[in-house]
Design a protein around this ligand. Structure first.
Ligand code: HEM
Length: 458
C-alpha cells in the first residue's frame, strides 16, 4: 500500500443531498442507521421528522441532548422500539429498568465500577490480552473483528466470573452476535409498537427462544462460579453477591443477579469489541499513528500498568480510542420517548414524540468539530476524560444513566491494544473500504483480514 495522505478520511456511508424518502428511511433505520442522514443533519441544530405516523425530533445541539439525558423528572423514557429487541439480552437488569427500580439497581451496582474496582480488574484484562496474543502468535494474518469479539467476551467473563472463554463458552459470543444480526435486529414492527408486548411478527418466537437459551447459559455460569467455592476471586460476581442497597440493606435475588450478569456480559463485550475493531482499523489505515502509539507503549510497557492512574502513561492510545469512538460510536443512536408535554429547543412537544440523540450525527456535526470526517486523534490531546468534558462527544451517553462501564471499557481496550501493539505491526490485507453498519451496535460491513508482523525486540 502507498503511504496514505494524512489526515485520513476513513470510510463512512454517503451523506444524502436531501432527506431520504420515507420508504428508504424506514429501510435504513432497520438496516443501517449510520446511512440515513442528509447534509442538513450535520449543519442544523434541530430537525423534525414524521415516519409511519410517528413524530420525532433530532437533537443536534449537545446542550439540548444533554438536558434530555440529564432529566430525572420522568419526562422521558426508553421507547418500546428500544426495549423489545434488548429485553431478551438483559432481562430486568439495569439497562432497561426505569424509575425507582432503576435508582435502586444503579445504587447497588455503582460501587462495582468505582475507579479502584475497575483498577483491580486490570490483571483480568491483561490475562485476556495475553490469551489473544498467544492465539495470534505465528498466524501471520487474522480476522481481528472475530478475535476481538472473543477476547472482549473473555475479558468480561474474567472480570465478572474469574472464568476464561474456552471453546464451549466462545459459543456464547456467537450466540449474542447471531441474535443481534438476526431476530434482535430492530424491525419496522418495533418502530411502530407503542408497548413492549405489542405484536412482533416473524421474530417474536425467535426472540423468546433466544432469551430462554441465553438465560440458561448465564444461570449455568453463575451456578458454576458459585459451586467453585469461596468468594475472594476479586471479580464482579463476588461484589454482586455481596451488594446491599445502601438505603434498605437488601441484597439481590438469583434472578436479579442473573439479569445483571447477562446485562454486563452483553453491554460489556459487544460494544467494547466494536471499539477495539474500529481502533485497529483506523490504525491499519494510518500506520504513522500506529507507530507512534507503539513507541508510547513500548516506552511504558504494559507490565507496568496496574491501576487506572497508570493508564495516563499512554495518552496517544487514549486519544485514539476517543477518536475511534467519535468516528464509529458503537451506539449510534439514543432514543427517548416523551412522556409529558415539554418544550425542547423552542419546540412544544407532545407525549409520544421520540427525541433522537445520535452520537453518529453529533460526532460529525460541522458546527462542533473541526474537519469532522477526518481521523485526527490529536483533537483529544489533553482531554483524558473527554467523554465527560466534551460537549458534543457522547459515546457513552450522559447524565445519571451514562454508561456505567465507560472507564471499564477504556481500561480494557487500552490494556488489550497496548499488549497487542507491542507484539505485532498490523496492516490491512486489502484496500476495500470497511463501511460501518449501525443496528444495535456499529459493526463492519465485512470483516477485513489484518497482516500481523511480529515487532522486532532487538
Ligand atoms: C465502548 C464500550 C461501550 C460503549 C460505547 C457503551 C455505550 C453505552 C451507552 C451509549 C449507554 C446508554 C444507553 C441509553 O441510555 O440508551 C450505555 C449504558 C450502559 N452500559 Fe455501556 N457502553 C460500553 C461498555 C460497557 C461496559 C464494558 C459495560 C459493563 C461491563 C457497560 C454497561 C452498561 C450498562 C449497565 C448501561 C445501562 C446504565 C443505566 O441505564 O443506568 N457498558 N452504554
Amino acid at each position: 500500500m502507498d503511504a496514505p495522505n494524512r489526515p485520513i478520511i476513513p470510510p463512512a456511508p454517503p451523506v444524502h443531498a436531501r432527506d431520504l424518502p420515507v420508504w428508504k428511511l424506514v429501510r435504513g433505520m432497520t438496516s443501517n442507521i449510520a446511512g440515513v442522514w442528509a447534509e442538513r443533519h450535520f449543519d442544523e441544530l434541530t430537525t423534525r421528522g414524521r415516519v409511519l405516523g410517528q413524530d420525532s425530533i433530532l437533537l443536534g445541539d449537545p446542550a439540548d441532548a444533554r438536558a434530555v439525558l440529564a432529566d430525572r423528572s420522568g419526562t422521558y423514557a426508553r421507547p418500546a422500539a428500544f426495549i423489545r429487541p434488548i429485553r431478551p439480552l438483559g432481562g430486568a437488569g439495569v439497562l432497561l429498568a426505569e424509575g425507582e427500580e432503576w435508582k435502586r439497581q444503579r445504587r447497588m451496582l455503582a460501587p462495582l465500577f468505582s475507579p479502584t474496582r475497575v483498577g483491580d480488574l486490570i490483571p483480568h484484562f491483561a490475562a485476556a490480552a495475553d490469551n489473544l496474543v498467544s492465539r495470534l502468535a505465528g498466524q501471520g494474518r487474522a480476522n481481528l473483528s472475530a478475535e476481538f469479539h472473543r477476547t472482549a467476551l473473555d475479558a468480561v467473563m474474567r472480570a465478572l466470573f474469574s472464568m476464561q472463554v474456552d471453546d464451549d463458552r466462545s459459543g456464547m459470543a456467537a450466540m449474542v452476535r447471531d441474535y443481534i444480526a438476526g431476530p434482535g435486529r430492530p424491525t419496522v414492527f418495533d418502530g411502530m409498537a407503542r408497548h413492549e408486548h405489542d405484536f412482533t411478527p416473524w421474530v417474536g418466537g425467535r426472540r423468546r427462544r433466544f432469551q430462554k437459551a441465553w438465560f440458561a447459559q448465564v444461570d449455568a455460569l453463575v451456578a458454576e462460579r458459585r459451586a467453585a467455592g469461596q468468594p475472594g476471586h476479586g471479580d464482579l460476581l463476588d461484589l454482586l453477591l455481596a451488594a446491599r442497597d445502601p438505603e434498605t440493606g437488601e441484597g439481590l435475588d438469583n434472578a436479579e443477579i442473573r439479569d445483571q450478569c447477562a446485562t454486563m456480559l452483553v453491554a460489556g463485550f459487544e460494544t467494547t469489541s466494536r471499539l477495539l475493531f474500529w481502533t485497529v482499523y483506523l490504525l491499519g489505515l494510518d500506520p504513522i499513528e500506529q507507530a507512534r502509539i507503539r513507541a508510547e507503549v513500548i516506552a511504558h510497557p504494559p507490565e507496568r500498568v496496574n491501576s487506572l492512574e497508570d493508564l495516563a502513561a499512554w495518552p496517544r492510545l487514549r486519544q485514539t480510542l476517543f477518536e475511534a469512538l467519535r468516528l464509529y460510536p458503537p451506539v449510534a443512536v439514543l432514543i427517548r420517548e416523551i412522556k409529558r408535554p415539554v418544550t425542547i429547543a423552542g419546540h412544544e412537544m407532545k407525549p409520544g414524540v421520540l427525541a433522537w440523540i445520535s452520537p453518529w450525527v453529533m460526532h460529525r456535526h460541522r458546527k462542533f468539530w473541526d474537519n469532522p470526517t477526518a481521523f485526527m486523534p490529536d483533537r483529544f490531546a489533553g482531554k483524558p476524560q473527554a467523554y465527560l468534558t466534551e460537549e458534543a462527544f457522547l459515546p457513552f451517553a450522559a447524565g445519571p444513566r451514562i454508561c456505567i462501564g465507560a472507564s471499564f471499557s477504556i481500561a480494557e481496550a487500552s490494556v488489550l491494544l497496548a499488549r497487542l501493539l507491542t507484539k505485532f505491526e498490523l496492516s490491512l490485507e486489502s484496500e476495500v473500504p470497511v463501511i460501518p453498519v449501525s443496528t444495535v451496535t456499529t459493526a463492519p460491513d465485512h470483516e477485513p483480514w489484518f497482516v500481523l508482523t511480529p515487532v522486532s525486540t532487538a
